[in-house]
Design a protein around this ligand. Structure first.
Ligand code: NAD
Length: 470
């Protein structure tokens, strides 16, 4: 399947038009309308309606941008949006309620609670690899929490960007939301303004730009970044299922997934069996020639195509390696034992190449992971519970899945986010609601019983008693 882009240019916004748009959104927030539960529920239902009613047009735009088949787009994006909306609609009435907490004796008689309060106008900067999900999923969290938002889709997925700019005003409250299309100039202009929270999904370099700009206004940020996510495979594993799950999570969207396994760590003696099993699954999934498979995607842009291809220089390719710039196709490719200092092992691959790194014993993989930046995701395959616990407790990663690829993303009860260089903050479900809320502390005291203990004049008797209480 070919990634046919009708146009790879987004409709760039007039930079001058950005400031009035932000002012309008902020004024709307101060009206208090977004705080009403009925308004939030209505907007969430409209997001659901938009995705379901417009799914055919969305599928086309995704095919144009990423050469993706409809089923993969549904699994990875549209279905995810629907589940996230449904989860919010099911739990929202409970999430908005004051959360009672215990009150210590020193503050008795009294009661204490946490009152979630909306923050204001949120800036959502999306990424191109899942261009609908990575805009609508943060939007669902933000709206659930009673905020409004300005959305900046990625210019690289131009067709989805254009579609969002057309559909969001059709379905959502026009006074509350705006879509600004564009690239660096528009993002730079947006970052000159004060928002109440910024959520950015993308690479580390721009992540730093966003954080620096936010610091100017002390704006809180959620950074959904990437990194090299390791996949540790122990020889005790179920080979057949492991190979299927690795291939599914690595080559979905032609490897352009932030939580795709970046590389595999496996014992030298077990590597040949694992490589054979992965090759067989690749053929089962995408036939002997993935270029003709309807189910295999394309690289988003020429720049990313050239970046990914350059990682193959001087590598030992044990499977695949064919590529064709005319339709941005890169064959599913497996590389054995790359040089640890090569760009393939230094940069996040974010493409369809899987390096297999062999170790002499599987516990060596722990130090391999710990010598590098904290990854967004870490995968462990095997039936050795002790090893699993050892890896889990001696490494750090944003998210871990044992015996599968990124299935954790399908569970709205789990936070989605990184740690260290792979990101800060998290969203999805209630964690997303909390992320876009101020959890306001409220204590209510009674006038009924006013203990004079804390008031001056201080005496040694008072001090002694106070020490017993605090
Ligand atoms: P990017 O970081 O290059 O660009 C993202 C946005 O930043 C775009 O809107 C662009 O207009 C803007 N931008 C680019 N240069 C800018 C500049 N100099 N000043 C201001 N704005 C600028 O996106 P990318 O690096 O191609 O995205 C891929 C990365 O995103 C990978 O690292 C991947 O792992 C990560 N990612 C993370 C998640 C997640 O949920 N954690 C999801 C998808 C992608």
């Amino acid at each position: 399947m070919q990634a046919v882009s009708l146009s790879n240019q987004v409709n760039t916004a007039s930079v001058a038009g950005i400031a009035p748009k932000i002012r309008q959104l902020k004024t709307f927030f101060t009206s208090g309308k977004t705080k009403a539960l009925v308004w939030r529920i209505e907007q969430l239902k409209q997001i659901r309606k938009m995705v379901l009613e417009q799914q055919d047009e969305i599928f086309v735009a995704m095919r144009q941008d990423l050469g993706r088949c409809n089923m993969e787009s549904w699994t990875a994006e549209l279905g995810g949006v629907i589940s996230e909306v449904d989860h919010s609609l099911k739990h929202l009435k409970k999430w908005v309620k004051p959360r009672k907490v215990a009150t210590p004796i020193i503050a008795q008689p009294g009661k204490s609670y946490i009152l979630p309060e909306p923050l204001g106008t949120i800036l959502i900067i999306g990424a191109w690899n899942y261009p609908l999900l990575l805009v609508l999923s943060p939007l669902i969290s933000a709206v659930s929490a009673g905020n409004n938002a300005l959305i900046k889709p990625s210019e690289l997925s131009a067709n989805v960007s254009k579609l969002l700019a057309k559909l969001i005003p059709q379905y959502l409250d026009n006074d509350a939301f705006a879509v600004v299309e564009g690239a660096v100039d528009e993002t730079t202009e947006l970052l000159k303004h004060q928002f109440e929270h910024i959520i950015y999904t993308g690479g580390e370099v721009v992540g730093k730009i966003v954080m620096r700009a936010a610091a100017e206004f002390l704006t809180p940020v959620t950074l959904e970044l990437g990194g090299k996510s390791p996949c540790i495979v122990d020889s005790s594993t179920d080979l057949e299922v492991t190979a299927a799950r690795i291939v599914w999570s690595k080559w979905m969207n032609a490897g352009q997934t932030c939580v795709a396994p970046d590389y595999v760590l496996v014992e030298k003696s077990f590597a040949p069996q694992l490589i054979d099993a992965i090759k067989n699954k690749l053929t089962d999934f995408y036939t002997v020639d993935a270029a003709n498979s309807q189910d295999y995607g394309r690289i988003v842009s020429e720049r990313h195509f050239l970046r990914v291809i350059s990682y193959l220089d001087g590598q030992d390719i044990v499977h695949g390696g064919k590529h064709d710039i005319t339709n941005k196709y890169i064959e599913p490719t497996v590389v054995l034992n790359p040089d640890h200092d090569s760009p393939l092992m230094q940069q996040e691959i974010f493409g369809p190449i899987l390096p297999i790194v062999t170790v002499t014993s599987i516990d060596q993989s722990i130090s391999f992971v710990n010598q590098r930046a904290k990854p967004l995701a870490l995968y462990i395959f095997g039936k050795n519970d002790e090893l699993e616990q050892q890896i889990l407790t001696s490494t750090s990663a944003g998210m871990v899945c044992i015996n599968d690829g990124f299935m954790f993303a399908a569970n709205p009860n789990l936070p989605f986010g990184g740690v260290g260089n792979s990101g800060t903050g998290a969203y999805h479900g209630k964690i997303g609601f909390d992320n876009f809320s101020h959890l306001k502390t409220v204590m209510k005291r009674s006038f009924w019983f006013d203990v004079p203990l804390r008031y001056p004049p201080f005496t040694s008797k008072k001090f002694k008693l106070l020490k017993k209480l605090i």
